[in-house]
Design a protein. Structure first.
Length: 385
């Protein structure tokens, strides 16, 4: 896509190099596997080792725990390139890096960090993040899962639902009520009392592994409590800031993929004896899509600058997640329309992006929830309580 505002000039050569190496990996290695994985509804696990060797997992963390101290821009650009391929790739990486490695780094003991993070960076251990439950989605404070002290440890009971990576994870970060409030627990998935089962029959994010987690008297030792989570729910929600930032960048990769696919198609497809790209109504749609992608990129870049300086707030991140998911979904639907019947063909990635983006619009805070977070910011009135 043409860089009309020369936005690439705002990135360092290292950031552009990271972006380009992930783009190459997605184009050359991942792309051929994505449509078949989507059709077969399985996550292409064979990509994990190569993603790890690109240094993607935990890249924002320090080198002492397997990361590379990468900038927020680098992280955003990686998410953008992964989701240009498929939201499932970005989802896998978001959960591993932002929702599992980041909380262990931020809230874990030195022992927990050394035990898990270097292996997670190498892709040897896969993590998942269990917050949502069958009766607790937008309002996670209503969760029923609880942990009770027992025998130098904790006994966990409850159920988590819609958990990305759960069926392929070795480690589950489970948020549960205790007598002192909500806390985060590290639960190895081969323990007695935990079952992670695949949620089948999804129309969206089919190349992502999504699971239910059931916890029945699952005992874990004291050392599996994340000691820094004593502030309760706000600890879980602060992890979402990292992941939502990645989503704001990621969905623009999916939107760019739709734009590129539709523009190429329209240049080659003739109707009424002329290329579709020559018609005024078609050009208007293309420009509308392009315009929204450029605006979303500007939003991401300013937000990334504030992430880099430590000045980003949850409300800013909500603004970007809300705007970019909405626009990416609208763009994907427009691109689908511009390609007529071929827009729904598996030969092109556009319909896959449409249905994936339906999930991305909903997870990590729905569009309504981000509107209400911003509504509270603007009016000072909390619509939730
Ligand atoms: P509320 O009273 O507003 O907040 C409770 C405490 O948390 C603090 N807080 C945050 N802190 C850091 N970052 C944030 N983003 C925060 N949001 C809130 C808040 O300041 C407060 O702290 P304190 O010290 O006063 O106690 O809580 P509430 O119960 O009224 O709910 C607020 C609401 C609705 C905004 C929040 O609960 C919410 O964001 N709901 C959406 C749930 C959600 O996003 N779930 C995501 C699950 S994970 C997922 O979807 C992964 S998809 C992965 C993939 O495949 O990519
Ligand atoms: P609900 O909260 O029941 O909301 C239903 C509708 O009501 C939505 O439109 C919502 O916007 C609206 N609504 C809710 N409350 C209000 C209100 N106060 N005012 C106005 N409207 C409101 N969760 C995890 O913990 N870990 C994961 O890894 C994970 N991965 C996921 C992967 C996929 C593919 C999907 C689809 C979801 C995943 N989720 C995960 C769950 C996701 O975070 C939740 O679906 C999301 O938070 C919304 O919760 P819900 O589906 O229960 O919808």
């Amino acid at each position: 896509m043409k860089d009309i505002l020369m936005l690439d000039s705002l990135f360092s050569s290292e950031e552009l190099m990271i972006r380009d190496s992930v783009r190459r990996f997605v184009n050359e290695v991942a792309e051929p596997l994505l449509a078949p994985a989507n059709e077969a509804a399985h996550f292409p696990k064979e990509l994990i080792a190569q993603m790890a060797s690109l240094g993607i997992f935990g890249m924002r963390l320090p080198e002492s725990v397997g990361g590379s101290n990468a900038s927020a821009y680098s992280y955003g650009l990686v998410c953008q390139e992964l989701e240009r391929g498929d939201s499932a790739l970005r989802s896998f990486s978001s959960v591993q890096s932002s929702l599992c490695m980041y909380p262990i780094f931020r809230f874990g003991s030195e022992e927990q960090q050394q035990k898990w993070l270097p292996r997670m960076a190498k892709g040897e251990v896969i993590g998942c993040f269990g917050l949502t439950e069958p009766d607790s989605g937008s309002d996670p404070s209503s969760m029923k899962t609880h942990a009770k002290r027992s025998n130098n440890g904790w006994v966990l009971n409850g159920a988590k639902m819609w958990i990305t990576n759960a069926p392929i994870a070795q480690l589950a970060l489970i948020w549960a009520h205790t007598s002192d409030g909500i806390r985060g627990f590290l639960v190895e998935t081969d323990r007695k009392g935990i079952i992670c089962s695949e949620m089948k029959h999804k129309f969206s994010l089919r190349a992502s592994s999504t699971g239910e987690i059931s916890l029945n008297d699952c005992w874990i030792p004291d050392e599996n409590l994340l000691p820094g989570t004593e502030k309760g729910l706000s600890c879980a929600l602060s992890c979402l800031n990292q992941a939502r930032f990645g989503i704001a960048w990621g969905v623009i990769g999916a939107a760019e993929s739709c734009f590129d696919t539709a523009s190429n198609y329209l240049a080659e497809r003739n109707q009424f004896a002329k290329p579709l790209a020559s018609y005024q109504l078609i050009q208007k749609d293309l420009v509308d899509i392009y315009n929204e992608i450029i605006k979303a990129k500007c939003l991401n870049i300013q937000l990334g600058r504030l992430m880099n300086t430590g000045d980003a707030t949850p409300e800013m991140i909500s603004l970007a997640k809300m705007n970019n998911c909405r626009e990416a979904l609208r763009i994907a639907r427009m691109a689908r329309n511009l390609m007529g019947a071929n827009g729904i063909s598996i030969e092109y990635p556009v319909m896959r992006h449409v249905v994936n983006l339906e999930s991305v619009f909903t997870y990590e805070g729905t569009d309504n929830i981000h509107h209400l977070i911003l509504g509270k910011y603007l009016t000072g009135i909390d619509a939730f309580n």
